[in-house]
Design a protein around this ligand. Structure first.
Ligand code: TXA
Ligand code: MG
Length: 338
């Protein structure tokens, strides 16, 4: 499929079309060139689709905040191809190094003290002396980062506050016309964002539950991984807005019955009482598997939100393993809108 050259610097918001590029070798090359020219390209990672921009280019990063309509105090994750590139950007203590060596490439983000000459620009770090780094393991994200040879910031490729995208279609439905291109690499395998660990203090702390369960991290560091304290101002508690990931419809969590007019987000058996009266039902995992549920979570939320149900009853999800991160996202989506 021929791809028109994209003049990224000439792009103004709104009136440009967004190219959907197949994620083959040509597409990845094209995407890399667009990123290097200061453009915005969404690409798949193993967790969710990210909206990429050159982390070293403040103008590109500013365009990214604009496209996402994201409050600019929220710092971004810089993605790199390997640990060697990460070591140039931040200082790793023993624990951080152990986590990186065991779990990268993978769905883990480390918040670290930035090197004095860290190439990730101030705007991308929201002026902090720390930087969030991730080495994704995905057959499209990885070669893209290798081709660009620069850190790429990539928040989830949705409009701020919306549910994270797990397909290229989700990306275009939120950001069409506001970004240069989306590399279509099919649905993302994990479907839940990376786990974020703060390694800037004496001991690592969990900032955001995510695709790697807390237990797996504790096994690597051979220590407990407590939650980071929630602190109103410093953006040390990611997705700190309670109403992050908001759906239009109200969510009712741990529902043991379905009320009239409600859609149902089920989780295997047993089904909540009155399930047969749900206006629409989707099952996160018919076999009650939390990994499958994580992969389906955002797509199912979007699909149910697109029906005209005013409320979505969500069946109880267990809190162990990936259930912790799934429950975290559901709680945020259910919170009163700020
Ligand atoms: O799986 C993921 O992590 C996806 C894929 C695309 O990589 N990305 C993602 O990015 O979820 P985003 O921007 O939606 O969430 C990143 C979170 C934000 O809540 C932000 O507050 C936190 O990371 N963060 C970034 N830099 C930070 C820092 N220096 N200190 C504390 N938190 C930070
Ligand atoms: Mg996000």
């Amino acid at each position: 499929m021929p791809i028109r050259p994209v003049n990224a610097t000439a792009m103004t918001s709104e009136q440009h079309s967004t190219h959907v590029i197949p994620a083959d070798a040509n597409g990845i090359h094209e995407a890399a060139q667009t990123l290097l020219a200061g453009g915005l390209v969404a690409f798949p990672t193993e967790t969710v689709y990210g909206l990429g921009a050159d982390a070293t280019n403040p103008e590109a990063v500013a365009k990214l905040y604009d496209a996402k309509q994201r409050p600019s105090f929220n710092p971004l994750i810089a993605h790199v191809a390997n640990i060697t590139a990460a070591l140039q950007l931040a200082r790793f203590d023993d624990m951080a190094l152990r986590l990186a060596e065991k779990l990268w490439p993978g769905p883990l983000t480390l918040v670290l003290r930035a090197q004095p000459d860290c190439a990730v620009c101030d705007l991308a770090r929201a002026g902090l002396e720390t930087v969030a780094l991730r080495v994704p393991a995905h057959p499209v994200a990885h070669p893209l980062l290798e081709a660009v040879k620069r850190p790429i910031v990539a928040p989830s490729a949705n409009r701020s506050g919306h549910v994270s995208p797990t397909t290229a279609d989700h990306v275009t439905s939120d950001l069409r016309g506001k970004i240069d291109a989306v590399l279509d690499g099919g649905p993302t395998p994990l479907g839940l964002e990376s786990t974020i660990v703060d390694c800037t203090g004496e001991y690592p702390r969990l900032l955001r539950p995510g695709a790697i369960p807390r237990m797996a991290l504790q096994a690597v560091i051979a220590a407990q991984l407590p939650d980071a304290p929630v602190d109103g101002h410093r953006p040390s508690a990611p997705g700190q807005l309670a109403s992050h990931y908001a759906t239009r419809a109200q969510l009712r969590l741990d529902a043991t019955e379905v009320r009239p007019g409600e859609a149902l987000l089920a989780f295997g058996a047993p089904k909540p009482k009155g399930s047969e009266r749900a206006t629409f039902t989707l099952d996160l995992s018919p076999k009650s598997d939390l990994v499958e549920a994580a992969a389906n979570l955002f797509a199912h939320l979007r699909a149910l939100d697109a029906t005209d149900a005013h409320s979505i009853a969500v069946a109880p999800i267990p809190a162990h393993g990936l259930g912790e991160a799934i429950r975290d996202r559901l709680m945020r989506a259910a919170a009163p809108r700020s």
